[in-house]
Design a protein around this ligand. Structure first.
Ligand code: NAD
Length: 415
């Protein structure tokens, strides 16, 4: 059996959109590859005095609409093809929410769980020194991703500023508030998702005050999705899960208490006043909104026909397998596709760049208002495209994004 290659999947998605948009072959070929890839080797002194050499990458997919933007991942199984695919998906994500940025991604092959804070700091500073020639607020702006965090972003920003001999905080986003971070970054992904779900509920005539939701995954995206759903809209959160399993209470869970329980015990399971449920059962619950907020490939050709939710809000990246999409569409399930649904994170990262460039700091309320505006407009643009072209929401999101990038490439005279 062929192993799943995310870059091949990403290229297949571009090919499909290019066909529907009638893009010329040169444009299609241009968009299906990154424009620049940098591979680096990072010698790092370890705490025991030895030196280890870590391989790393920075891939820039397309900057026709503005500087490249994308996270940095620290993972032992990182590959150039994963980084390429993620860079390309960032291009489409920025385009669909219409922020003036392109797409990039970075990665270092390492095991951060086995490294001390000092080793991580030396690795992070070494990585930035090597990729410094191709990054900068007007070139390419990294951010946190898998196993990187605000402290790592602060070290990276500091190293870049030392190289330049001046403060240039906008080179990195996802920084701590004290060194140029933005209010509203912590819950940005869930907040943005809720803006799109609110609009979808309105379209489908679902009263959110009476709606039930189930959330798979109780990390950053999932825990805030559950808490905000209850606090902002009065939804009933009936089920939540994590790696160890799930919990259900048909009369409603106190989302904040569940998240606190997980913080104290390491898992949502054994939360009082709730029954156990498996992750598979959670996905098939008869709820108004299903929130896959954990990992990829959980809604597949095997279970798609048993999904009963009216709305699937893809906070996670890639939770729905390509073969499941037509099944959900035939069953009339409204899917808000990942690169639209979870674009709140990069949108607030963009706000962080704007604040850094103007030496300003916005209030949390201002961040939320601007985020709401971006997400709401993007959702309706994709919905309108889906209705006009009679395609599912994911295809419509690709059509919007690829069209916008191709137009910028053409206007700049590249092709
Ligand atoms: P996280 O590491 O904070 O949380 C992940 C959660 O998923 C954890 O609660 C974990 O227990 C749970 N999980 C892991 N494996 C599971 C399994 N097999 N079954 C059920 N639950 C499982 O991660 P996150 O930042 O919340 O990201 C979650 C998803 O959202 C990812 O796909 C990520 O790419 C996507 N996303 C996150 C952001 C963001 O700003 N955090 C932005 C865009 C997309």
């Amino acid at each position: 059996m062929c192993e799943y290659n995310p870059f091949a999947a990403a290229q297949a998605q571009v090919d499909r959109a290019a066909g529907l948009l009638n893009l010329d072959p040169a444009m299609q070929e241009f968009l299906r590859w990154p424009t620049r890839e940098l591979q680096v080797r990072l010698p790092v002194q370890m705490d025991d005095g030895s030196v280890q050499v870590f391989p790393g990458f920075r891939v820039q997919h397309n900057n026709a609409r503005g500087p490249n933007k994308g996270g940095i991942r620290y993972h032992p199984a990182e590959t150039i093809d994963t980084v390429r695919a993620l860079a390309m998906w960032m291009t489409w994500k920025c385009a669909v929410v219409d922020i003036p940025l392109g797409g990039a991604k970075g990665g270092v092959i390492c095991n951060p769980k086995a490294m001390s804070s000092g080793e991580l700091e030396r690795l992070s500073r070494a990585y930035i020194r090597e990729i410094a020639p191709i990054i900068g607020p007007a070139r390419d702006v990294p951010a946190p991703d898998m196993y990187t965090n605000p402290q790592i972003m602060a070290w990276m920003m500091d190293e870049y500023c030392k190289l330049l001999g001046r403060s240039d905080f906008g080179v990195i986003t996802g920084k701590p508030l004290a060194v140029g971070g933005s209010w509203g970054r912590d819950d940005a992904t869930a907040w943005g998702s809720w803006c799109t779900v609110r609009e979808a509920a309105h379209e489908l005539d679902i009263d959110l005050g009476k709606a039930t939701i189930a959330v798979q995954g109780c990390g950053n995206a999932g825990s805030y999705a559950a808490i905000l759903g209850q606090q902002l809209f009065g939804c009933k959160v009936i089920a939540v899960s994590d790696t160890s399993g799930g919990i259900i209470n048909e009369t409603g869970l106190d989302a904040a208490a569940v998240v606190q329980h997980k913080a104290q015990t390491g898992s949502v399971v054994e939360f009082p006043d709730a029954d156990s449920i498996t992750n598979g059962e959670l996905l098939e619950l008869d709820v108004d909104i299903l929130w896959p907020a954990a990992l990829e490939n959980v809604i597949t050709a095997d279970n798609a026909a048993r999904i009963k939710a009216k709305i699937v809000a893809e906070a996670a990246n890639g939770p729905t397998a390509p073969e499941a999409d037509p099944i959900l569409y035939e069953h009339g399930i409204h899917v808000i596709p990942d690169f639209l649904c979870n674009a709140g994170g990069v949108t607030v990262s963009y706000f962080e760049m704007v604040q850094n460039a103007s030496c300003d700091q916005w209030s949390e309320q201002h961040v939320h208002e601007r985020l709401d505006q971006k997400m709401t407009v993007a959702y309706h643009c994709v919905l309108e495209t889906a209705r006009r072209q009679q395609v599912d929401m994911r295809t419509a999101a690709y059509l919007v994004a690829v069209q916008r990038v191709a137009e910028a490439v053409r206007l700049r005279g590249w092709l």
